[in-house]
Design a protein around this ligand. Structure first.
Ligand SMILES: *Cc1c(COP(=O)(O)O)cnc(C)c1O
Length: 466
């Protein structure tokens, strides 16, 4: 290992990473990027198959976004939005209001998806307080949903392995079943109706105490790329309206073209009361997030300053000028390169490969919406039986692909494929060939060898007490 690799292991604690495993591996240190490619310190080249955790949009080192940041850097990097305004944050807010669904009129900035959701929750909560409906304090979320890792976002999160341990610290949300056709006995339509029925019942049962429904639109990303049946999002929006509660749509993962349209809401003509944006907002360059709200919500916060209707929330780097300049650059590239118009051929090619992959052994389900794709690996195709998590089949398979120049990060036993939107047809072909070849040629052997040295939980060492 080189110095950087050694120091990484000595000094750095990585996010969402079992560090014991990490310390036994050789860290891959990325030095630069160009388009869809990443280069490590040894000069090896990889396709960035998950767009650097779903946030890169137009490729790395894009001249337009680079220039936008450099131009802003020559003026000022950051000034506070508490008591002051700044050009890039104003221009970006205007453009975001223009391109998001009708009805969203005001932009509140922060710096990550988690804070965008945290803010949405606090705004929804305080909205009802400001109106005097103090009992509306609860949120309905979907099981297996993911909205980020701050405590409010965790409270509306439903992924056991991430969230359960923090149960005692969170507020109690109401969870409704998420529609996952592959794991549902029945058709996709029945799956949708079943889940909408449950949501309807929960809204009725808790009619006086619900503040808002929170959903990831169309695709539940971190749950393993669960693709909702068509009409589910529109159904949830209709129910929220009927029951008089707010709808918060978390487009942190789906926003900025990932589902084929600029925002997932557009597919079902949904106009949420609150929308959360982050990940792709700056093209994957800088940490900027935005929570957009309707005029009706905003107005509930207008009153005399001495009354407690003000939203007392903010972050030091809120509305960061470099970040907003990057986001403006990202939006400019969407126009200049007709990114969305060029996407359909790529989605078609992706789907063609996915269909072939779906035929392979140990592949249980393949699903996608736009360029967000999941390949679910199962121990038994017929019974849909899962691989035991401790075998880390998904992670091991990704390690094999890494050696072939493709970087993917799985979610459990679901391979996630989510390339930058700029990926060319040739690059996409290369990416998908590596994925399908590795599944076809290496997975059977990997399954055999992993099952042989299966470790049981009982044998695992408990952590030492301090
Ligand atoms: C990634 C993600 C978040 C959290 O975003 P961070 O920037 O990592 O805090 C929230 N919601 C969804 C749907 C996400 O995919």
């Amino acid at each position: 290992m080189n110095n950087l690799q050694q120091w990484d292991q000595q000094y750095v604690w990585h996010p969402f990473t079992p560090m014991k495993l990490w310390l036994n591996s050789e860290p891959l240190v990325i030095e630069r990027g160009e388009g869809v490619y990443l280069f490590d310190t040894e000069g090896r080249r990889y396709i960035d198959g998950v767009s650097s955790l779903w946030c890169n949009v137009h490729g790395h080192n894009h001249p337009v976004i680079n220039a936008a940041i450099q131009e802003q850097l020559g003026k000022i990097a950051h000034s506070t939005m508490l008591g002051l305004a700044s050009g890039p944050s104003i221009e970006l807010a205007k453009q975001l209001v223009e391109i998001t669904p009708a009805g969203l009129e005001k932009v509140f900035y922060s710096d990550s998806g988690a804070t965008a959701v945290e803010i949405a929750i606090k705004i929804a909560f305080q909205y009802w307080r400001n109106l005097g409906e103090n009992e509306r304090t609860r949120f309905i979320a979907l099981k297996q949903s993911y909205h980020g890792d701050t405590m409010g976002s965790v409270s509306v999160g439903g992924i056991e392995i991430f969230h359960q341990i923090f149960g005692p610290l969170t507020f109690k949300s109401i969870f409704s079943e998420s529609p996952h056709p592959y794991r549902f006995e029945g058709t996709a339509d029945q799956c949708r109706e079943h889940c909408l029925g449950q949501m309807d019942n929960l809204l009725a049962e808790h009619s006086d105490e619900v503040a808002a429904v929170v959903v990831e639109p169309l695709v539940q990303g971190a749950a393993g790329l669960i693709v909702h049946p068509e009409g589910f999002l529109a159904g949830v929006a209709k129910l929220a309206k009927e029951h008089g509660v707010l709808l918060i749509v978390d487009e942190v993962a789906t926003g900025f073209g990932k589902t084929g349209t600029m925002f997932a809401c557009e597919h079902e003509e949904v106009q949420p009361d609150i929308m959360c944006l982050a990940k792709g907002l700056t093209g994957g360059y800088l940490p900027v997030a935005a929570t957009l709200v309707s005029e009706r919500i905003f107005e509930a916060f207008l009153s005399e300053p001495y009354l407690e209707t003000t939203f007392y929330h903010g972050h030091t780097y809120t509305g960061n000028a470099l970040g907003c300049a990057a986001a403006l650059g990202c939006l400019r590239v969407f126009e200049q390169e007709k990114t969305l118009e060029n996407l359909s051929a790529k989605i078609e090619l992706l789907e063609k490969h996915l269909e072939q992959i779906g035929q392979l052994d140990y592949v249980g389900d393949v699903r996608n919406r736009g360029v967000m794709a999941g390949v679910e690996l199962v121990a038994d195709k017929a019974t849909k039986k899962d691989f035991p998590g401790e075998l880390r089949i998904g992670a091991q398979l990704c390690d094999l692909m890494r050696a072939k120049g493709v970087l993917l990060r799985p979610l459990g036993n679901v391979l996630v494929i989510m390339p930058p939107l700029t990926i060319s047809l040739d690059e996409l072909q290369e990416l998908m060939e590596v994925v399908s070849q590795t599944i076809e040629q290496d997975l059977p052997e990997l399954v055999r060898s992993s099952c042989n040295r299966k470790i049981s939980r009982k044998d695992a060492k408990a952590p030492r007490k301090i």
